[in-house]
Design a binder for this molecule. Structure first.
Ligand code: 5GP
Length: 206
């Protein structure tokens, strides 16, 4: 029996890029990945379910989770706490299953620091891709407008540094497909496959 841990995939990206939509579309197709349901102090929204979309906590409950080191990462976003349950992630990976997080950028950086063996995917808006093409192409817009856009874009591009993959969210289906390809590629990585074979051989050799 080959016992290899699962892979931790982290999807992040700038606010408003559509991470949640892409993640939901991915999970409609993918039955192998395990989505880690986050904890949050924000109010439940219409159409959401406790324990499906989030585990909804009071501020006090959330701060207790922080104090007890029950969170792999957490961040404050628009006045509320969001965090990833540590035990769920560790136990699921231990069972050999892949875990998928969809979190904002501050949290992703914390995971990267504490769990560098994770696979980090940065989702970018098509506007950023278009901007790049336009810059590379030719510049005919006013200097001021271009400068502001460039400064905004620079912030987002600087965030990419911590990531392994960048996916443009031009069409949801195409972004989902790319994420699925990343998952498959990671499972074909030489180090990982070789490690699995070696373990199996060692087990057979006694
Ligand atoms: P929403 O309130 O719209 O569901 O989510 C707001 C933001 O919080 C989104 O960018 C989402 O990716 C992020 N988020 C959701 N869960 C977590 C989490 O566990 N940790 C962090 N750091 N961000 C999260």
């Amino acid at each position: 029996m080959i016992e290899e841990k699962g892979i931790l995939f982290v999807l992040s990206g700038p606010s408003g890029v559509g991470k949640g939509t892409v993640r939901k579309a991915l999970f409609e197709l993918d039955t192998e990945l395990q989505y880690s349901i986050s904890m949050t102090t924000r109010d439940i929204r219409h159409g959401e379910t406790e324990g499906v979309d989030y585990f909804y906590k009071t501020k006090q409950e959330f701060e207790n989770l922080i104090a007890d080191e029950k969170l792999l990462e957490y961040a404050q976003y628009v006045g509320n706490y969001y965090g990833t349950p540590r035990d769920y992630v560790e136990e699921t990976l231990e069972k050999g299953k892949d875990v998928f997080l969809e979190i904002e950028v501050q949290g992703a950086l914390q995971v990267k620091k504490n769990f560098p063996q994770g696979v980090f995917i940065f989702l970018i808006p098509p506007s950023l891709e278009e901007l790049k093409n336009r810059i590379v192409g030719r510049g005919t817009e006013t200097e001021e407008l271009v400068k502001n856009r460039l400064l905004e874009a620079k912030k987002e591009i600087d965030m990419m540094d911590a990531y392994d993959y960048v996916v443009v969210n031009d069409r949801i289906e195409s972004a989902v497909e790319k994420i699925q390809s990343i998952v498959r590629s990671e499972h074909c990585k030489r180090e990982r496959v070789a490690r699995e074979y070696k373990k199996a051989l060692e087990a057979d050799l006694g």
